[in-house]
Design a protein around this ligand. Sequence first.
Ligand code: GLC
Length: 718
Amino acid sequence: MLKKMFLALAALATAARAQPVPDPDKQAAALVKQMTPAERNLLLHSYFSRQNNVRSAPLPGAPWAAGFTPAIPRLGIPMLAQTDASLGVAWISGRRAKDATALPSSLALAATWDVKIAYAGSAAIALDARASGLNTLLAGGVDLTREPRNGRNFEYLGEDPLLAGVLAGETIRAIQDQHVLSTVKHYALNAQETLQNVLPVTIDEAAARESDLLAFEIAIERGNPGSVMCAYNHFNGPFACGSDFLLNKVLKQDWNYPGFVMSDWGATHATSDAINGLDVESGQEFDPQVYFAAPLAALDGKDAAYTARISDMNQRILRAMIAVHLLEDPPKIGVPDIARGEAAARAEAAAGTVLLKNNAILPLLKTAKRIAVIGGYANIGVMSGGGSSQVAPQSGPALAVPTQGDGGEWMAQVLMPGAPVKAIQARLAKDARVSFDNGAYLSTAMAKARDAEVAIVFATQWTSEGMDVPDLGLPNHQDELIAAVAAANPRTIVVLETGGPVLMPWLDKVPAVLEAWYPGIKGAEAIADILFGDVNPSGRLPITFPASLDQTPRPHLDGWLEDPAKAKVSYDIEGSDVGYRWYDRKGLTPLFPFGFGLSYASFRYDDLQIRSEGNTIHASFTVTNTGTRAGRDTPQVYVTARGGRRGQRLIGWGNVDLAPGATTRVTVDADPRLLADWSIPRHRWAVPAGRYDVTVNSSAATPLLNGSTGLEARLLAP
Ligand code: GLC
């Protein structure tokens, strides 16, 4: 009920704002015409603003933000006050929002497979940003999970271009409907943190188009982000932020993108990046010189190409600001609607929690009298991810453990307030006893477990921007702790709070496992909702959990402890077969497959009908709740052969809420690009002729219905 009411409110509140602006390009052109030479340079480079470690004195009026370009009051152009990021208004480097909802990690959002939940959470954090006077959220992280050890997987939406692109597009639309400009990032192939600033990434163009670039293309189509943030790494030679191919040819020509490209902070390398398609040098203090200030201004009016480019740069920036209503609807400092944000965060965390194993021990009874809770800081709060996306409520983190030598906030391990121990206790009778042990000593943890009806071990894996994890093991000997507790009490439940996939050597020793990801400010409540059945788990993995790193395309993490000059990453090993596509191609069985998740209900699929029409396929089928509880199912539709050639690709899914015994029909219409190969010589998507095998699955590895149809060869319109 809470979720339904909230979603309805969210829809009402945002419908009013989402009115398109008449002809933003024309309005922008009129402003560009009026700009003086000095004004023509102002918007082309942004300050890191008033951070603790800023290297230049803050400009008058500079906000506490990640990026800032000054206003041009004479023309009615507001300042751009840019903060991070996809999970809420950042609380980092001295920045303190008036208050901010800390959403669950983007992987938790991806595990919901639900565009409505995506919209609700992002609309809420955009309103938080406005209440802090900020008009840009540097959100929309959508790099595909090619590297399970990537420290920023928690900020991205998994391994599939359709799922990631659709959800990213929805978050961007939600943010901009509140008249806050969003980005989509990091364009492109920024799939690891190790040596990311210099990493020479190579990949075949067609493979990139059919995977990571397709995720960006879908996100941009659906969300119309005002800006695209280019990535730190090289892309087939040039840096991404100086790549004529990525920025001019693909983004601005092929995709006809009207907005502006901002660099990542410290990702600008030359004034000539402007000619290759970069529009704004962000975080200028991070660069050895401000390439887009004096050097660029000196070319304006002198060099025809640069003069035209500078007009276009300003045009794109202003067009984006106008299209998102920043000129006529500036943010007003106010009181954030934290209740709205927390309702969205709790709904997202519960819906994104994935039940990985349940041997009839969950849901727990609320009549339980003795529960032992062990480890994972469960007496304090829940884990969150480090780096620029770090959020905390006005009251600050429940705990911040510095990890860097300066003991500062940057990359501190931050626990979000809300203790699972308290949330569990609140679901039980007054006389029930919930004991806690921090897991530091196996002996005491085992004793507590032995003395309880059921033991719940919380295990955390902190990950962060700026680093990758060396392996997929749980850190701090937690695997040992889990095995010891399970030996002391066979009724042991494991709750994972991780930034990505982890190995589980103890899996056959425990009857139940929940993946709660970084569950955000209401994570403790959401975990209790699932543990006690107040919410029926419906999360489905948006990334594959490998059985070992040997199953992955790159068991050795490229660049790890290597000479930066020698590091490189070739994604041609898997090409566009990222994640489950790779496991399908290699015939590998992962620990848990993409799309996997259990429920307290059960569902059956029937009556698959497949129809081909023109250049695409339509599939419909029925879903029945065969269980005894209401619940949500997320049936997935894959093509497993295209034109007779094997290869698995997700083409759609359903979000189905059903009462016990109820049945409904789901229809999926495939985006033709998912049926196609990118043809480099013809510079078009080409749908191959022949047979198309289609399956309806409960996960990438479990086809439950199958059928086939045929298509003629087609070239998709450019
Ligand atoms: C960081 C991140 C980017 C963030 C920006 C501003 O380096 O890569 O995601 O938005 O700088 O904080």
